[in-house]
Design a protein around this ligand. Structure first.
Ligand SMILES: *Cc1c(COP(=O)(O)O)cnc(C)c1O
Length: 470
């Protein structure tokens, strides 16, 4: 998910001198990341020790940082919205990275879990997440997924189309649900606001697969349809406007439209929806130049905006839910790779570029190939020479587009066997991993207070071949 961070000018990369030796940019690296004599540690463990124990490529997640990010959302939003008389639920968007351990961390920090497939529900169920603390959304849920959500008594099913509302109603009835035990349903709305990276657009036209159009009137129609079924309870409207959003304006505009929609339904039917879900999309820093969303100040400005709009509309601010994914998981994790082949290539412009190959690539991080996402990295096992080269970190797959980082200053003496750490890979890395070229998916290792624990083990050849029936 998400869009591109601002592109870095390759000519600028080497200019400020050996950026490799600079201090860690704290907004990009995990909270516990430290440098000692040029070697990196996370969670109090030196990366050389992590690699000796767990191998590469590996995802290393700073558990305390993950928990702190989760708490930051809960505390910031609860305190900002309690000032305007509204409660908040935070759903962790499981698609960014979900495992049993991570679901438990989120649960222990007071978050709910947002899922969009049976597989994500299965992980949350295995983690012991109570049904009421789970949500299910998605534009093409299977009947089995809807039934599973109903049987599991999930906190809400986010309906994505008129047909699906009818389908949920039918299945709810078949499962014996009545007005006395209604299934909580939200209606996914497209408000015309689309955002990602620094920019957003606001348009009345909707040309995408999610939700029901606000401008076209289908959103209101969907809500009225839910109200017709006694076995459903219309919990509210839901709008997720994009990903990696770095500006609060789009969130505020979206919140305004949602309050207006709630008011329209009230005027038309007398029904006041108890909740609005504002989705996720909070941007993080992938490279030092990126400005992450400041969660407490965004929560403040959203609460203030909503209170003002509510007054204007002569209504109140309802219960709010949000669904951050990337902003919780992303910054907490680094990927460790081992350097293999190194090649110097002279470009058409006469620039010497050092291709540094690592033992993973697009199978553990598809985002650069998928949408030109940028990352930063460093030599992690030693300081390296003061002199830097213009490097390109590439994977080991049979695609020339298998690039992890396009342009990066690395010490000129980078060599085979060195460890490279790539920052901010916690979201949409392992969760989008593939077995391309039959590479084995990397493990996820949680680190905390000087101890490491495998929370998702490395795939084995037996795992791969277990699916191959010959
Ligand atoms: C992807 C998604 C999210 C999470 O987005 P992030 O950018 O990771 O915060 C939340 N809600 C819905 C409906 C989504 O599709």
């Amino acid at each position: 998910m998400g869009t591109v961070s601002p592109q870095v000018d390759p000519a600028e990369i080497l200019k400020p001198g050996p950026s490799q030796r600079a201090a860690l940019a704290s907004h990009v690296w995990p909270q516990s990341a430290r440098l000692a004599g040029g070697s990196l540690s996370v969670g109090g463990i030196d990366v050389a020790d992590l690699v000796a124990e767990h191998g590469t490529p590996s995802f290393i997640v700073d558990e305390s940082h993950f928990r702190a990010r989760a708490r930051l959302f809960v505390e910031s939003f609860r305190s900002a919205f309690s000032a305007v008389g509204a409660d908040v639920d935070v759903y962790y968007a499981g698609k960014s990275f979900l495992s049993v351990a991570v679901a438990k961390w989120a649960d222990e920090e007071g978050l709910r879990i947002d899922t969009c497939t049976a597989g994500e529900m299965a992980v949350a169920e295995r983690a012991g997440i109570a049904g009421e603390n789970m949500g299910l959304h998605g534009n093409n849920k299977s009947e089995a997924e809807i039934v599973r959500a109903i049987r599991g008594s999930v906190g809400r099913i986010v309906a994505d189309s008129l047909v699906e509302i009818e389908q949920i109603a039918q299945l709810a009835e078949a499962e014996g649900r009545t007005a006395a035990s209604p299934v909580p349903v939200m209606v996914r709305v497209t408000t015309g606001i689309h955002a990602g990276g620094h920019e957003f657009i606001s348009t009345a036209r909707e040309d995408q697969k999610f939700g029901l159009s606000l401008a076209g009137g289908q959103a209101l129609e969907g809500m009225e349809l839910v109200l017709k079924f006694p076995q459903l309870r219309l919990l509210g409207a839901h709008a997720h406007i994009g990903s990696q959003i770095q500006d609060s304006t789009a969130f505020e505009l979206n919140a305004r439209k949602m309050l207006e929609l709630r008011k329209s339904l009230e005027e038309k039917t007398g029904y006041v929806m108890p909740e609005l879900d504002l989705g996720g999309g909070y941007g993080i820093a992938y490279v030092p130049e990126d400005q992450p969303i400041d969660v407490p100040s965004l929560a403040q400005s959203l609460a203030q905006t909503m209170a003002a709009v509510a007054t204007e509309l002569n209504t109140s601010v309802p219960r709010i839910s949000i669904e951050p994914g990337r902003s919780i998981a992303g910054p907490t994790t680094v990927t460790l790779y081992t350097v293999g082949t190194i090649k110097n290539v002279t470009t058409d412009e006469g620039i010497v570029r050092t291709y540094v190959s690592v033992d993973g690539g697009m199978s553990d991080n598809i985002r650069p190939a998928l949408y030109g996402a940028v990352y930063t990295a460093r030599l992690a096992n030693r300081e390296g020479s003061e002199e830097a080269v213009l490097a390109r970190i590439v994977g080991k797959h049979c695609e020339s587009g298998d690039i992890v980082i396009n342009d990066l200053a690395l010490p000129a003496d980078v060599q085979r066997g060195d460890i490279i750490a790539v920052a901010a890979t916690g979201a949409y890395g392992r969760s989008m991993a593939s077995n391309y070229n039959n590479l084995l998916k990397p493990p996820v290792i949680a680190v905390k207070d000087g101890a490491s624990r495998v929370i998702v083990r490395r795939e084995t050849e037996d795992d791969l071949l277990a699916l191959d029936l010959g």
